[in-house]
Design a protein around this ligand. Sequence first.
Ligand code: NAI
Ligand code: MG
Length: 326
Amino acid sequence: MTEEVAVIEGDGIGREVVPAAVRVLEATEVDLSFVEGEAGDAVADERGEPLPEETRDLAAGADATLFGAAGETAADVILPLREVVGSFANVRPARAYPGVDALHPGTDLVFVRENTEGVYAGIESEITDGVTTLTRVITEEASRRIAEYGFEYADANGYDVTVAHKANVMRTTDGQFLDAVAAVADERCADYDTALMDALATHLVMDPDEYGVVVCPNLAGDVLSDLAAGLVGGLGLLPSANVGEDNALFEPVHGTAPDIAGRGAANPTAAILSGAHLLEFLGYDREGDRVREAVRAVLSSGPRTPDLGGDAGTDAVTDAVVDHLD
Ligand code: NAI
Ligand code: MG
């Protein structure tokens, strides 16, 4: 059965790394059909709307979506798109690879980030001149759901679980978050540790090998996973999956990289690995593994893009990954 994949390149290097990932997906010979949608700054300039209705519909109707990045309009594009696919978990693996400089070569972390609420619920206001507020939303339902997903993922992939929080200060919201996690752990007879998110930032840099799956409220997951990108060699390497019940969107963690966009020098690894997650989500586990192995081989032997100290372009790296698949 042909699976329909919505492809939304967006802006900047999204237009370079998404086509690279599509080439790799095509090379796996999985029966996929690609339908393209527009979103981001360029569409907003042209049409006054960063996420046109037809792009929303495309993502809602497809079996999965591959997204690149949007520029200044990112929040108006990616937050609604995550909602359109019903995603509640943002999964962000940060792994060290042979051949790529990492602070600690054994790093193998997976951030499971709550994706619908927290300080990203979008409830901000200006009370009066010079005074602004932000409401942090934490619900029992979303906290249970992310805990269930995190424990399930850790179980299936052989990781320990650490839960990041700041309940010593945000007593009511993160207090509820921790209570929900504890209830789910109890039901599943699962072990886990908790860590204050600020102290965890230090420990992740000094002893990343001590951690596996890190379950996080929304903002903490965003920040800590970018920190982990720095541990393993940069944003060019980190894929992500926005997972819902029966739909999902896959995207590199990085943005549009305006400093290098248009030069053909972007690292396609994060987008290609996002494609590997997409294959798994659609049930093609073996093909997802094949893509990961090909990426691993190319990272180890080269060619590599400039962010990893090499001098190869996006296309040369993608060619090498495709060659390894054959
Ligand atoms: P960024 O991730 O675009 O870039 C940060 C740094 O990492 C830059 O030096 C860039 O060159 C480098 N980098 C990122 N991806 C790379 C790759 N694949 N290969 C080689 N180097 C790479 O983050 P920044 O600069 O904070 O944001 C730039 C724009 O992207 C902003 O307009 C922001 O709003 C948007 N953005 C969009 C996101 C999304 O659509 N999900 C996520 C993050 C940022
Ligand atoms: Mg981010």
